[in-house]
Design a protein around this ligand. Structure first.
Ligand SMILES: [Zn+2]
Length: 502
């Protein structure tokens, strides 16, 4: 019988979103301590894979539940939330010894005073459990790997899919490695290389022509015995030191499984994929009108709640309102708690002059128009798809309003912008509309694959602007593509390489 600590602290932080993320936003996704981590959340996300450890190890496991908290993406996490999670795990682990730690992180989590919360949390874990106890962290493929994370964790196990649909298998890969450590001990090697580049996610799907070959190499290396391999593409809207892609591998024996020189070159070439700017809202709206069939599903990437933007940009909605839409019309959504409150007060059926959007998003203005309140309700659903496995999403109260041929779903709190379930939960059928907005840079293609007639990408200034170099970075190490144009991966002296024995 072994005692394994298990926990989760996840958010993809967007440091350009001026609205910080309070405790309440984490509570929306469930806040669990102690036994509830496994009894309530043991079949969600990476924890669903962690909990396969008993069958992989061949012995029963006593779980020691550390805090489980999650919020998909948003502005910097409140320092108080980090302090509370860390105090909780200190209290739990200082009162009882464990044989290992399995922890689910995103890898791009920042608070106002801590640019690398993931590295900080792993360092605290290491300080408490000491050097011998294995610590394995799982990470989103958009993690920004830091030297602190590499130093503190024995193994970093990242998603191999984008859109992200391998939460459970990622957790299982971590559990398998933990079973090996418990049986045979550590003693493995870790190597990681930082590349001075970030990219907008468009076109970087791991099953697409640009990246599929790279991720197939990772899977093949793990099938041949590597402990873990990763190409971490880094959340780009994260203005912190050490920002950039990271190649990662961990193995036993002499020969590293991956040729990092060749892999670096392949990744470096890929950086140029999104060099051209995307069409703006008016161009996209016109193109959608020209295309036959429906729905035309449009990435509103500049305001992607999936990338941590506030979800209340009005740039695209304003372009929709300037046009007449066929079929059931155009469908979009906007996060605005004050507008939702107003609609709930007036009730369904009322016609009101409504001001909405453009409050948190620094790149757009509020809109004001006469709308009919079609319905009021709330948006709560269980998500299985890109970015969640059995994940309960709670976006608070909602209202559906209509202005001409444009239907807008208003929600109190941000959530998944990449799934049609968002609209369906509010009683809207995206299949009937000519135009449907998804606040997601790329992952929406997975969840809309079955219903989308066409997929377009809209560009505009926003907290997740695809023209990353236009945003006011202050803390990222330079040079960094596309803020700068380093001549090669070696042209950035800050971009480290780490070789460690664990
Ligand atoms: Zn991601």
């Amino acid at each position: 019988m072994k005692r394994i600590a298990i926990g989760q602290l996840q958010q993809e932080t967007n440091t350009f979103n001026p609205r910080p993320t309070p405790r309440r936003d984490f509570e929306d996704y469930g806040w669990a301590e102690g036994d509830e981590v496994v009894t309530r959340y043991g079949d969600t996300d990476e924890l669903a894979g962690f909990t396969s450890l008993p069958e992989l190890f061949g012995e029963s496991i006593e779980w020691v539940g550390l805090t489980r908290v999650k919020e998909l993406a948003g502005g910097p996490i409140a320092d108080a939330v980090v302090d509370e999670v860390v105090a909780g795990l200190r209290a739990t682990l200082q009162s009882q010894a464990v044989d290992g730690v399995l922890y689910s992180l995103h890898g791009a989590l920042a608070s106002p005073t801590r640019p690398d919360v993931d590295g900080y949390l792993l360092s605290v874990l290491r300080e408490i459990v000491g050097p011998a106890v294995p610590i394995i962290a799982t990470l989103d493929l958009h993690a920004n790997i830091t030297r602190a994370m590499l130093a503190a964790a024995d193994l970093l196990v990242g998603y191999h899919t984008f859109p992200h649909v391998d939460h459970e298998s990622c957790g299982r890969r971590a559990a398998k490695a933990m079973a090996g450590f418990l049986r045979h001990g550590k003693g493995h090697r870790v190597s990681a290389v930082k590349l001075p580049m970030v990219v907008n996610a468009k076109g970087f799907a791991t099953n697409g022509p640009l990246m599929a070959g790279i991720y197939q190499q990772l899977a093949a290396a793990e099938a041949n015995g590597a402990l873990a391999t990763g190409v971490f593409m880094a959340q780009p809207w994260l203005d912190v030191p050490e920002l950039g892609w990271t190649l990662y591998q961990a193995w036993c024996g002499d020969q590293p499984p991956l040729d990092f020189t060749a892999l670096s070159e392949q990744c470096w070439e890929a950086r140029l994929h999104n060099a051209r700017s995307l069409p703006g809202p008016d161009e996209i709206a016109d193109e959608a009108l020209r295309l036959p069939g429906h729905p035309v599903v449009v990435s509103e990437g500049h305001d992607a709640t999936n990338s941590g933007a506030p979800g209340d940009s009005t740039r695209l909605i304003a372009a929709l309102l300037r046009r007449d839409w066929p079929e059931a019309g155009a469908l979009s959504y906007c996060i605005d708690p004050a507008a939702v409150k107003r609609c709930h007060e007036t009730g369904a059926g009322a016609e009101i002059k409504l001001r909405f959007g453009g409050e948190a998003d620094p790149f757009s203005e509020p809109l004001e128009c006469v709308v009919k309140v079609e319905s009021v309700g709330e948006i709560v659903f269980v998500h299985n798809g890109h970015a969640g496995h059995n994940l309960r999403v709670n976006m608070g109260r909602s209202a559906v309003v209509r202005c001409g041929s444009v239907t807008i779903l208003l929600a109190e709190r941000k959530g998944l912008g990449s799934t049609p379930r968002l609209y369906e939960t509010a009683g809207l059928d995206p299949r009937c509309y000519k135009f449907v907005s998804a606040k997601s840079p790329e992952g929406f293609r997975h969840d809309y694959a079955a219903i989308g007639a066409h997929f377009l990408y809209c560009g505009a200034p926003g907290c997740a602007w695809e023209q990353i170099g236009q945003l006011p970075f202050e803390h990222a190490n330079r040079p960094l593509f596309p803020l700068d144009d380093p001549a090669s991966t070696l042209a950035a002296s800050w971009a480290w390489q780490q070789n460690l024995t664990k």
